[in-house]
Design a protein around this ligand. Structure first.
Ligand SMILES: Nc1ncnc2c1ncn2[C@@H]1O[C@H](COP(=O)(O)OP(=O)(O)O)[C@@H](O)[C@H]1O
Ligand SMILES: [Mg+2]
Length: 231
C-alpha cells in the first residue's frame, strides 16, 4: 500500500531523516516508535508533502508522491491527523468536521451519519465550539474530520498525547474499529508503549532519523524497548 524507499529529508543544513526504506502493509496498524526528536513527525509530514527537501520515493498504491503538493496527495486517499490535533476552536464541531471536505474526493459535503455513530459525543456536541471540547473530544473531532475524506490510509501523530486514560481507551477502540471494520490502514506515531502494543500490528523504530528496527508488534523485544524507547 505504502512503500518508502531511500527517503532522506533536510531542514536547511540539518539532515533529519536518513535513508529510510520500509513498507506499510495494507490493513495493518503500523506504529512508528522512538524518543522525542528522532524524526517521527517529520516522517509524517514528508509523506503528506508538508516537509521541505524530501528525496527518495514514497509510493502509495504505486503512485510516487514525492514532488506532489499536499493538496494533490490527499485525493489519493491519505488523511493526516497532526500532532496537537489542530482543530479550529472558534468553529462549531460540525463546521470543524466539514473543513475536512476541502481536500475531498467526494462530491457532497454532508457529514456522513456513520461518523456520528463512531463518535456519539460529537453528535451531542455538534453545535458547540471546538474550543469548548475536552482534549479527548478534540482528538475525536480531529479523527472525524480526517474520516470525511474516506481515506484508505490514515496517518495519526500521537493521538493520545495529553489525554486522560479513559479516553485513551476509547481512542484505541476507534482505531481498532477503523482498522478491522473499515479496512483503513493506519500509520500511527505513538509514545505510549502499552497503547502501541494494544492497537499495533507491527512497528518501526526510529532513532536519530534512521530506521533501527522493524517487525511484528508481538515480537517487539524488551531489549529494543530498553535501547530505543525508554528514557
Ligand atoms: N520546522 C523545523 N525546522 C527545523 N528543524 C526542525 C523542524 N521540525 C523539526 N525539526 C527538528 O527535526 C528533528 C526531528 O523532529 P520531529 O520530527 O518533530 O521529531 P519527533 O516527532 O520524533 O519528536 C528534531 O531535531 C527537531 O528539532
Ligand atoms: Mg512529533
Amino acid at each position: 500500500m505504502l512503500r518508502i524507499d531511500n527517503l532522506n529529508q533536510h531542514y536547511g543544513q540539518s539532515h533529519t531523516l536518513w535513508d529510510l526504506s520500509f513498507e506499510v502493509p495494507e490493513n495493518s496498524c503500523t506504529c512508528v516508535l522512538g524518543r522525542n526528536g528522532v524524526g517521527k513527525t517529520t516522517l509524517m509530514q514528508s509523506i503528506m508533502g508538508l516537509a521541505p527537501k524530501v528525496e527518495g520515493s514514497i509510493l502509495f498504491n504505486d503512485v510516487n508522491l514525492v514532488g506532489m503538493t499536499p493538496e494533490l496527495r490527499a485525493p489519493h486517499g491519505i488523511a493526516y491527523i497532526p500532532q496537537g490535533r489542530q482543530i479550529f476552536p472558534q468553529l462549531t464541531v460540525e463546521e470543524n468536521i466539514r473543513t475536512g471536505f476541502f481536500a475531498s474526493r467526494v462530491s457532497h459535503n454532508r457529514v456522513p451519519s456513520d461518523i456520528y455513530e463512531l463518535f456519539p459525543v460529537l453528535k451531542e456536541m455538534r453545535n458547540r465550539r471546538g474550543g469548548d471540547l475536552s482534549g479527548g473530544q478534540q482528538q475525536q473531532l480531529a479523527i472525524a474530520r480526517a474520516l470525511v475524506l474516506e481515506p484508505c490510509l490514515l496517518l495519526m501523530d500521537e493521538p493520545t498525547e495529553g489525554i486522560q486514560p479513559t479516553i485513551v481507551q476509547e481512542i484505541g477502540d476507534v482505531i481498532q474499529r477503523l482498522n478491522t471494520e473499515r479496512n483503513i490502514t493506519v500509520l500511527l506515531v505513538e509514545q505510549k508503549l502499552p497503547f502501541a502494543r494494544r492497537v499495533g500490528s507491527n512497528y518501526l523504530i526510529l532513532d536519530r532519523g534512521r530506521l533501527q528496527a522493524e517487525g511484528s508488534m508481538s515480537e517487539l523485544s524488551d531489549e529494543l524497548v530498553h535501547q530505543y524507547l525508554n528514557v
